[in-house]
Write a protein of this length. Structure first.
Length: 520
């Protein structure tokens, strides 16, 4: 197979890709597949798609020998291989705690390769979880263990479902994650789109189908099951306590997500090595999607998908940047604790709400919140509690121009078209620290130079769960200082999104498999 890279296809091309490739090569083709696809938007008025194709033709070796086009080479496909089982015997089934992306993929691979994992998820099955979240958004009734943060699928299930990552993929793990997603119901284009996304609606189908496969492979899933304690003997994991009951295990994959504050506190008390890490907080800003489309696609925007943006600024040494941009999406109440308020962004696959939103966040570090490993958690919690007190548990909302002028807004139109959950007009300056407020104002006014009208947006707050404030330390074999304890995923400080969390779950499954015999 040949690899055809950097093939430019005009946006308005109305023929078949097969015919385009034939004309490009000036010969017939046997077969082709899309390997990568992106939009070249460097020139605002000369858009095109950039493809990489895998193409099969007759006499490929002869063609390569005489080829002078540097963009045509032999295609070398990366194939993922799970390692062979090790020799050490497992006395008990490995345990996975948490069914977000890291836990799902660790469970999937352990189950598929004969390790019969037992999985504990503090929240509910996805079908029940969806009902609890809808009830919370409509009526404000929070279930602390079944919400946007907790439950089968993890926090990513109520998100845009972005799958892009900057991580290199020499071993083929990312490609394998995307392949499994497609196998479980995701659209096939995620295999080749530069910035793939599933959407919260498709993610629900994927999660349910992954659950079925885990069970078919021999995994056992327990819902409404909270990890309460770990029992350590001689610096080695002996057992765990779930809902007051002890379970013996040699191996614990800890994939709790970054909202499990009670788990972090318990681990710290048990002398598991934890350190704080920098993170970022801020607000979400909402604009009509047409404003973003017309700026990014001045000539062609009606024929293209909802436009995105990625913005960065430096405010006196603090990074100010867009994060988790959701074209055609919603801002959602993402609270998981009583007496706290926090928000997140979410989109369905079609991204057709008519409104764009993105977190605009500012970096914070230990000098802002303290040197104790858990101080970052307390810092975040204090902001979320402050928001709750000021808004009576509703989502604070304000025009950016009023935020600049310390004025409480009123009469914002169409709120129900871009927000899931009830809102209250609040002066957001009173929620966030002054150094965050000043950095946000400076950054957003700078972004207005890049996207005219950006500073006319509506802001909601606070966005606090961008990444984990802690990292559970682990060695080169991905094990903590407690033998048998394998922290992984975003909550443990080793990932930043759905794909990297899934990959980290696979890595942990691999090191367990290399060490232990399976249980077949």
């Amino acid at each position: 197979m040949l690899s055809l890279k950097n093939v430019k296809v005009p946006i308005d091309y109305d023929g078949t890709l097969e015919d385009f490739i034939k004309n490009y090569l000036k010969r017939d083709i046997i077969d082709y597949k899309i390997i990568k696809k992106s939009i070249d938007a460097r020139s605002k008025h000369e858009f095109c798609y950039i493809y990489e194709f895998g193409v099969t033709i007759k006499n490929e070796e002869e063609f390569i020998k005489h080829n002078k086009n540097k963009n045509i080479t032999k295609y070398e496909e990366i194939v993922y291989n799970f390692p062979k089982s090790g020799n050490k015997l497992l006395e008990h089934s490995p345990v996975v705690v948490g069914l977000g992306p890291a836990g799902l993929f660790a469970s999937y691979f352990l189950a598929k390769h004969g390790y019969k994992p037992i999985i504990f998820e503090r929240g509910k099955r996805l079908e029940e979880r969806i009902k609890d979240v809808d009830t919370f958004w409509r009526e404000g009734i929070l279930n602390k263990n079944s919400n946007v943060q907790f439950g089968e699928g993890g926090a990513g299930t109520f998100s845009d479902g972005k799958l892009n990552t900057q991580v290199k993929d020499k071993e083929g793990r990312i490609k394998e994650v995307l392949r499994i997603f497609v196998e479980c119901g995701a659209p096939e284009e995620i295999l080749y789109e530069k910035n793939p996304h599933i959407g919260t609606d498709n993610l629900r189908l994927v999660v349910k189908n992954m659950r079925k496969k885990i069970i078919e492979y021999g995994g056992v899933i327990h819902y409404n099951s909270t990890l309460e304690d770990i029992i350590i003997k001689d610096e080695k994991l002996d057992s765990i306590i779930v809902n007051g009951e002890a379970f013996k295990t040699d191996v614990l994959v800890l994939a709790t997500g970054h909202s499990a504050k009670d788990t972090f506190n318990m681990l710290y008390e048990r002398r598991v090595n934890i350190t704080s890490k920098p993170f970022a907080i801020g607000i979400r800003i909402v604009h009509p999607q047409d404003l973003i489309n017309k700026c990014q696609y001045p000539d062609f925007y009606p024929n293209l998908p909802s436009a995105t943006y990625k913005l960065t600024y430096n405010s006196s040494g603090r990074g100010v940047y867009s994060f988790c941009m959701c074209p055609g999406g919603f801002v959602v109440n993402a609270s998981s604790d009583e007496a706290t308020v926090l928000i997140n962004g979410m989109s369905n696959y079609l991204r057709d709400s008519g409104f764009a939103n993105s977190a605009i966040i500012v970096t914070v570090n230990a000098s802002d919140f303290g040197s104790n490993p858990l101080d970052g958690l307390k810092y975040v919690e204090n902001i979320e509690k402050r928001a709750y007190e000021l808004s009576n548990g509703l989502i604070p909302i304000q025009r950016f121009i009023d935020y600049e002028n310390n004025i409480i807004s009123s009469d914002i139109l169409d709120i129900d078209k871009f927000v899931k959950g009830s809102t209250k007009y609040i002066n957001i300056n009173e929620i966030l620290p002054e150094y965050i407020n000043s950095s946000l104002k400076e950054g957003i006014n700078y972004f207005n130079k890049l996207i005219p009208g950006f500073n006319k947006g509506i802001i909601l707050a606070p966005e606090t769960r961008t990444s984990s404030p802690v990292r559970i330390l682990r060695d080169e074999k991905l094990e903590s200082n407690i033998s048998g304890l394998y922290p992984c995923g975003e909550g443990s400080g080793y990932a930043g999104g759905i794909t990297t969390s899934a990959v980290d779950g696979i890595k942990v499954a691999e090191v367990i498999a290399k060490k232990y015999q399976n249980m077949l």
